[in-house]
Design a protein around this ligand. Structure first.
Ligand code: AMP
Length: 136
């Protein structure tokens, strides 16, 4: 069985923590709408939301892409994933949400600091409007 993991995703846009926009956010050099922080993780609202709620969970450790993680990062990745439903609930996504990790050039990644997108719409006024229960 071929157990080789292809880690050769083209990361032309790779940068170090000093230059990515998320590094600047972590250092407080540019503002963000923070929703969570602990010693290893940071979460904030996406500046261009694609849903009513859209936030990003990032590790404070600089890892450019999901293709760069090692076995040493397993606990950190688990922590990132298990934080997603907690924050989603806090943000009102009580009926479900979507997650995405864009990886590398062909994976649509723009910011080369690992991040999980969490996004979705809150149940409530919009759902009621769609059912015709609200007129304005
Ligand atoms: P990706 O394409 O997966 O690398 O996603 C990067 C995400 O970062 C995009 O959804 C951007 O809207 C978001 N983003 C870029 N700059 C900022 C910023 N200053 N604050 C919050 N989100 C940002």
């Amino acid at each position: 069985m071929n157990t080789h993991i292809n880690n050769d995703i083209n990361t032309d846009k790779k940068a170090d923590l000093n230059t990515t926009i998320f590094g600047k956010i972590l250092r407080g050099e540019i503002p963000c709408q923070k929703i969570y922080e602990d010693d290893e993780l940071f979460a904030f609202h996406d500046i261009h939301p694609i849903a009513e709620v859209h936030f990003l969970i990032i590790p404070k450790k600089f890892i450019p892409t999901l293709a760069d993680v090692t076995a040493d990062d397993s606990a950190l990745l688990g922590k990132m994933l298990s934080l997603a439903p907690l924050l989603a609930k806090q943000q009102g996504l009580i009926d479900g949400f979507r997650t995405a990790i864009n990886t590398g050039k062909l994976g649509g990644q723009d910011v080369y600091h690992l991040h999980i997108h969490v996004f979705g719409n809150r149940p409530g006024a919009n759902a009621l409007r769609a059912m015709g229960a609200l007129t304005s």
